[in-house]
Write a protein that binds this ligand. Sequence first.
Ligand code: ADP
Ligand code: MG
Length: 297
Amino acid sequence: MCSVKIIIKLMSRVIIFDICFVAGQTKICGVNFMMAHIIDISSQKGGTGKTTTAVNLAASLAIFEKKTLLVDCDPLGNATTCLGIDKKSLSLDLYGALVGDSRPEDVILNTELPHLSIIPSKFRLIHAEARLYRVPGKKKILRSLLASLQEFYDYIIIDSPASLNFFTVSALVAAHWVMIPFQFQIHSLEGLGQLLLVVRSIQKQYNPDVKIAGILLTMWEPGNANPPTATFKLLRRFDTRLFETVIPWDKVLRESLNNQKPVALYDINSRASKAYLELAKEIIEVLKLPEETVDNH
Ligand SMILES: Nc1ncnc2c1ncn2[C@@H]1O[C@H](COP(=O)(O)OP(=O)(O)O)[C@@H](O)[C@H]1O
Ligand SMILES: [Mg+2]
């Protein structure tokens, strides 16, 4: 028996038909709808640009008319604030969906960008683990929740907290891809190695499908002693893809976050806005089809 895949794009969804040739006959032996790519923005170090990247990558994908859901998986709720959502008046959030008080589709909010939605969070998220204490497989709840929403989006971007805890593990268990924002400093290389080991252990224990999408250099300063090429060389020893896009240090990013807007809506001509739009293009290109392997570059 031999088979071919026919890929058809219909109303922005990708449908993959498996066509088999058996005993001189042609048959459709499978139909798969391409689901959202779930990308977890993760690093065990605080302040590496995770939230900034999650918010601005999600917004940039939405600007390219990709249906995108941003999931704020950090009890600090910074991604929620960055999109101008008032946490005090928020009653439907990720906490409610995780503990089963709300349906996943009820906790999704629209944003200023027509193609961008968010599942917001506030500090009560921290109590989710204690409330789920006796629930078996509690680390897989986020995964099931996002799986139920996957067919409605092209991309689901998760903003994870720093350090290894219930939320970072839940996000890795739910994800197809991990993007690692990395602010280059020699002593940060150790933390990077640790995160790659954690991803490997999640692959073994819970989620064999999770792959590293790549390392993203963030907050790059023009006066940096190492040029990006030298840094790339150093990072290659981790045998992990490096995004070609480098996010520059740009004060406009801080201003845009203080103004609770993605940078593209604050100053589309800024270096940071251009970089995050470039990153969105790179992601669209790199993760094009589900069969493509990215980490074996
Ligand atoms: N490229 C950048 N240029 C300048 N400031 C940045 C940049 N990226 C992030 N920041 C700032 O650095 C701080 C930490 O970023 P954040 O995204 O919150 O990190 P994390 O989520 O990893 O803790 C924030 O104040 C943010 O505004
Ligand atoms: Mg953060």
